[in-house]
Ligand binder design. Structure first.
Ligand SMILES: CC(=O)SCCNC(=O)CCNC(=O)[C@H](O)C(C)(C)COP(=O)(O)OP(=O)(O)OC[C@H]1O[C@@H](n2cnc3c(N)ncnc32)[C@H](O)[C@@H]1OP(=O)(O)O
Ligand SMILES: CC(C)C(=O)C(=O)O
Length: 579
């Protein structure tokens, strides 16, 4: 996996530690096709000759290899672990380097392997910089690197013991003062004891280093080694491609978790399961607006990424947009609307977002947990009767011009005279399981159905209308959202209709709102009851429409008719008028 991701120098083992490490190294070397030609295997050994020998033996047959020796240079380790002074430390480093050279690049039997040498003054971060430099100068002289085959000086923060700027200063000191800089690769090896390994690595690179040693997701002794995923993706978010393929982060996580048997923390940068998720309402709202703006601007993959709260495009690391917004009791309308948009392709108007988000809030509060997108979708479908309207079914209908009425004069600025013709809705509804004929009149389909419903005692004034297309070409459908206020009150109910036919979508939406209205007052009976049969007596079309009273008519008619006139006039007016 590491080679597939793009890593070129991989420290694979400590071969002198055990037969397991030795055999593993040999298996990598001996099995054709495991190690690509451009990848260097790296192995680690302390400065002990018998262990160096064993380490080199483990690489027999390798095309290219990095032999990495380490020896502590800090007073603490010199005194406590080794009981050695500076001279003895320096002498051991040089002696082991010469020995390593004699059994690798100077050994004719090793001609098949291209050897590089790496030396780490261990505990560099706690060493006197001048002494670490002196040891490295001596090691360099012993190895004799070239510009083509530089020596790697790996300068570890074996224990992170100061702020990242201090480590960066130590690295800068080394880079400025080591001789023959062109023959040296300065490598970093930050640990994370103070939680600043990533910052230390980034600052130290800016201070002159060429290379970083770390691990995927920071696994390593104590608090771990620097996390290469964070380092790489930090570069990526600065516009510098790390040349490591993080496009399927999930599969990397799976492999790392399986191998290490340590789970990646859900809040781990980039990789954590929750890091590109937003639960908070204000975050969700901002993210949703960000995506909307990107869509409006026809942004492509090449367009600069600028979405609030998302430092990178989640798709770039294999995360889906669906997973970004998650809904719990701290979520608001924006998040809920996002889910409905992604799941059902419905672009809810603001008022409906607010209304539905209250329903979702109630549910999350009562369940005391996050709601899954599928649960939110089901809640929406139920609340707005997308699958089945429990009270009303539209069996059949016709909308005809009401020639008995004189057309109203055209609205100011409008020339289309037909838009001012009154309409009559004649239809058959299934109401609570029984079919009834109803009739009403108005400026158009919605207002004439609203008028017909009024005859049933359902006094709804349509105050909000939005519609858009779902899909394209012949599969396209209209989605219609109708907001109504209950006449004489402030209660608002919403209905949603989806149909291939835009008029029918509107009628379904109004019936959905009517059903919500009835459900909100379960004790309110539909005023008519069959007299002789299940059929409502409807006066002739020429007669006056079913109305409950002139004053209510006027009041109810105001919004609907204004709206209807606009709907049948220019669609664009609907949105710009804000209804
Ligand atoms: C800084 C790092 O993290 S480097 C990675 C460290 N990784 C490991 O240590 C894992 C593999 N290590 C091992 O398997 C074993 O420690 C071995 C094979 C290296 C040595 O095992 P043992 O000989 O049993 O020694 P043990 O582990 O008890 O102690 C380490 C010895 O190495 C010495 N030592 C430690 N570091 C170094 C070094 N860089 N160079 C030379 N000697 C060293 C210690 O002083 C100690 O020596 P002592 O026995 O004379 O006191
Ligand atoms: C071997 C060295 C580089 C090491 O692991 C450390 O000092 O942290």
């Amino acid at each position: 996996m590491l080679t597939r991701l793009g890593y070129k120098e991989i420290e694979v083992s400590f071969p002198s530690a055990s037969q397991t490490d030795f055999d593993f190294t040999q298996r990598l070397v001996q099995t054709p096709g495991i190690v690509p030609d451009d990848v260097w295997l790296q192995v680690l050994s302390p400065c002990r000759k018998e262990l160096i020998r064993r380490t080199v033996d483990s690489l027999k047959g390798a095309k290219q290899a990095i032999l990495h020796l380490y020896l502590a240079t800090s007073p603490c380790f010199q005194q406590i672990v080794f009981n050695m002074n500076d001279e003895e430390t320096l002498a051991l480093a040089v002696e082991c380097t010469k020995y390593a050279r004699s059994i690798t690049k100077d050994d004719p039997e090793q001609a098949g392997t291209h050897w590089h040498y790496e030396f780490s003054p261990e505990t560099f971060s706690d060493s006197k910089p001048e002494f670490a430099l002196e040891v490295c100068e001596a090691v360099k002289a012993a190895w004799e690197p070239t510009v083509e085959d530089p020596i790697i000086f790996n300068l570890p923060a074996t224990v992170e013991m100061a702020t990242p700027n201090v480590y960066a200063d130590q690295i800068e000191f080394f880079c400025r003062n080591i001789t023959e800089r062109e023959k040296i690769c300065v490598s970093l090896h930050p640990h994370n004891d103070r939680g600043c390994a990533v910052a230390a690595a980034e600052l130290a690179q800016m201070a002159g280093a060429d290379r970083v040693e770390g691990t995927l997701f920071g696994n390593g002794e104590r608090t771990g080694n620097v996390d290469l995923v964070t380092l790489g993706l930090n570069l990526y978010t600065q516009g510098v491609h790390p040349k490591i393929d993080f496009s399927d982060l999930k599969s990397i996580i799976d492999m790392v978790e399986t191998c290490n048997k340590i789970p990646i923390h859900p809040r781990a940068p980039y990789g954590g399961q929750l890091v590109v998720c937003a639960f908070s309402g204000s975050h969700q709202d901002a993210i949703k607006k960000g995506f909307q703006k990107r869509k409006q601007e026809d942004a492509t993959n090449e367009s600069p990424w600028q979405i609030p709260y998302l430092p990178l495009d989640p798709q770039d690391i294999g995360r889906t947009y669906e997973a970004i917004i998650r809904v719990n009791s701290q979520s608001g309308k924006g998040g809920v609307a996002w889910i409905i948009q992604r799941q059902l392709e419905l672009d809810l108007p603001r008022g409906l977002q607010i209304a539905f988000s209250r329903i979702v809030q109630k549910e999350t509060d009562s369940l005391g947990r996050e709601l899954l997108p599928t649960e939110i979708t089901k809640l929406f479908e139920k609340a707005y009767h997308l699958k089945r309207n429990p009270r009303f079914g539209l069996i059949d209908y016709d909308i005809v011009a009401d020639r008995s009425k004189t057309p109203e004069p055209p609205q100011e600025g409008k020339t289309n005279k037909t838009s001012n013709l009154r309409r009559i809705f004649k239809g058959v509804l299934e109401i609570d399981g029984q079919e009834h004929k109803i009739q009403g009149s108005g400026n158009g389909a919605i207002s004439s159905l609203a008028d017909a419903l009024r005859g049933l005692g359902i006094e709804l004034d349509v105050v909000d209308y939005n519609e858009h297309t779902i899909g394209t070409n012949k599969d396209a459908k209209a989605a219609t959202y109708i907001g109504c206020v209950v006449a004489g009150g402030s209660q608002k109910v919403w209905g949603v209709g989806i149909h291939h036919d835009v008029v029918q979508a509107s009628l379904i939406a109004l019936l959905s709102a009517a059903s919500s209205f009835l459900s909100s007052r379960p004790s309110t009976p539909i005023p008519f009851r069959p007299k002789r049969s299940n059929t409502l007596e409807i006066p002739s079309i020429e007669g006056s429409p079913l109305r409950t009273g002139e004053s209510a008519d006027k009041q109810n008619g105001t919004h609907v008719e204004k709206l209807e006139a606009m709907v049948s006039g220019e669609q664009a007016d609907v949105k710009s008028a804000g209804v």
